[in-house]
Design a protein around this ligand. Structure first.
Ligand SMILES: Nc1ncnc2c1ncn2[C@@H]1O[C@@H](CSCCNC[C@@H]2Cc3ccc([N+](=O)[O-])cc3CN2)[C@@H](O)[C@H]1O
Length: 274
């Protein structure tokens, strides 16, 4: 009983932190240069986009439905997957983030970030001319079917009727689980919860922070993060019923450490549900 109460308190405290999450500031901190500098091979965002491009296009994907877990206010994580899956669902805990995504998808303007350079870069990875970015934008707008509320701490993170009974064919989740979990056990439980949304044999693409204990989600908005190392990520995946296919790690250079967090590395995982 006491242990369960402790878990609930940790998760509740975490949710309270997110009331002050500022999407525009968050995008500014993490998705503009130097972390998103498309002229630099060693910038973090081009590295992430290359990992995702390779993982989605190496020929082992099957099915129709891709679900992005904890999308936040970002779209880069589905720019490769939208060419492979005919239906994409975006999800986030906060309405402010779901609104940010809706603004771009409905082409309403007033978006906090211009995604054009991202679309152009992914087109380049696909061997297309950068001007094909308008076609990729249209494709993304066409395949994203909905933007749903989610809570990865619930044993059923989405509404009961959100997915077909067979589950999703592929999940992608970037920088979410470690940033919303009070400790490693909660991270592992959340990994298990989202695993229940995925069909057996389906793939999980997981991007996350290594060694991060906090990040800024707006001016003066400091959010705690459970610091992870590679071994813990691999153990949590195994405990949650996944088989690891590939783990890649990016170690931040000094100039990528811009004071918005204390992250030391970024991991990319491609795994398969047992
Ligand atoms: N219970 C919940 N269930 C699902 N989602 C939830 C829940 N609570 C909050 N959320 C949702 O999850 C959140 C996802 S954004 C989390 C930010 N992660 C940390 C940040 C990201 C980042 C980005 C880039 C780089 N880099 O080196 O280039 C480093 C880093 C490290 N710092 C947010 O959308 C919230 O709305």
């Amino acid at each position: 009983m006491m242990e369960e109460k402790g878990r609930e308190n940790g998760v509740a405290a975490m949710k309270a932190c997110y009331r002050r999450f500022d999407p525009a500031a968050y995008l500014q901190y993490n998705y503009t240069p130097p972390r998103a500098d498309f002229t630099r091979k060693d910038s973090i965002v081009p590295w992430k986009l290359a990992c995702l491009h390779r993982a989605f296009t190496e020929g082992d994907m099957s099915g129709e439905l891709l679900v992005d877990i904890g999308s936040g206010p970002t779209l880069y994580q589905v720019m490769s997957g939208c060419e492979v899956f005919s239906k994409v669902l975006l999800t986030d805990f906060l309405e402010v983030n779901r609104q940010e995504l809706r603004r771009w998808l409905q082409d309403e303007g007033q978006c906090s970030l211009d995604w054009t350079p991202y679309l152009q870069h992914v087109c380049k990875l696909e061997g297309r001319r950068p001007s094909a970015w308008t076609e990729k934008a249209a494709k993304l707008r066409q395949v994203v079917a909905d933007i749903l509320p989610i809570d990865v701490h619930c044993s059923q993170p989405l509404a009961p009727d959100a997915l077909p009974s067979a589950g999703a064919d592929c999940l992608v989740s970037c920088f979410c689980l470690e940033s919303v979990s009070p400790d490693l056990a909660a991270f592992t439980r959340a990994l298990g919860h989202i695993g229940k949304l995925l069909r057996p044999g389906g793939h999980l693409m997981l991007i996350g922070a290594l060694g991060e204990s906090y990040y800024l989600a707006g001016p003066g908005v400091k959010i705690p993060v459970v610091p992870l190392n590679e071994a813990q990520v691999c153990t949590s995946l195994k405990e949650s019923g996944y088989t690891l296919i590939r783990l890649e790690v990016y170690t931040l250079t000094q100039d990528m450490r811009v004071g918005v967090d204390d992250v030391t590395g970024v991991f990319f995982v491609k795994a398969k549900k047992d």
